[in-house]
Write a protein of this length. Structure first.
Length: 262
């Protein structure tokens, strides 16, 4: 595993990411089985102190020619083969934990389908992977990724229960902003809730402000932290501060990103 410097990273992402759907099946399989993937750590910054509190790990994929693949579409393609999706997610989580920066939170995105492919019990391999890091000074957070499925609300609640029983905290993405898995019980059981600033800016400003005001107020009362992602400029940072969120993420802090690849 070697670190990539910022110039190499810019060059790597200079061309548009390839759509994995355009790859032949054997090339898709090669990406996974040859472990042509890596991880990018984006800092989570305290709004008031302007200090890095932790990092969120994001998956990155490359083909044999070192061309970048669209990570979101890669996972969408892997959903066609649940076992391959499960294997990829598990290997990715091992990599993300092993190469993580040594301080602060570590937030990992985990797909509901991937998680339950490992079983609906405490012997789930993801829980076993997270267990050595549970109840430690450095908090491990799992950001539950849903798939716009009506069944995800119930499954997310069960996933939260299993994660909490094994000592792993939970983050929820875009609660109430788009069609998703919002439930009062899930909201109350989470450690962190996240909003995507880019999505909020595309909404009616008054409506977005009112909704986030309510969420932030409720979160503060029950001890839940609020993160806004997609903050790419100083203007957007000031905009996020007006919303009253606790932490922010985005390209504004890119100089602190740490990237590794196989």
């Amino acid at each position: 595993m070697n670190a990539i410097n910022r110039l190499e990273l810019k060059a790597l992402f200079a061309s548009q990411a390839l759509d994995p759907h355009e790859l032949p099946a054997h090339e898709m399989l090669d990406v996974v089985m040859s472990r042509r993937f890596g991880v990018e750590y984006q800092p989570i910054v305290d709004v008031q102190a302007c200090e890095v509190m932790g990092y969120q790990a994001s998956a990155r994929f490359w083909n044999a020619e070192q061309q970048v693949l669209d990570a979101g579409r890669m996972f969408a393609s892997l959903h066609r083969n649940p076992l391959l999706l499960f294997y990829t997610e598990l290997e990715m989580k091992r990599l993300q934990i092993a190469q993580a920066p040594g301080q602060g939170w570590l937030m990992l995105d985990l797909d509901i389908d991937s998680f339950f492919e490992g079983g609906d019990h405490l012997d789930n391999p993801f829980l076993q992977l997270f267990k050595p890091h549970a109840w430690t000074e450095r908090e491990l957070l799992v950001n539950i990724v849903e798939n716009h499925n009506l069944a995800d609300a119930q499954r997310s609640q069960r996933m939260i229960e299993l994660l909490q029983q094994s000592g792993t905290s939970v983050a929820l993405e875009d609660v109430g902003v788009r069609w998703g898995m919002f439930s009062l019980s899930a909201f109350m059981d989470a450690t962190v809730i996240k909003f995507n600033g880019q999505q909020l800016r595309s909404m009616n400003e008054n409506a977005a402000q009112a909704m986030v005001d309510w969420m932030v107020s409720a979160a503060r009362r029950i001890g839940v932290h609020v993160i806004m992602s997609g903050i790419d400029s100083c203007e957007e940072f000031e905009w996020a501060k007006r919303f009253g969120v606790d932490y922010v993420q985005g390209r504004l802090f890119a100089r602190q990103e740490i990237t590794a690849k196989l």
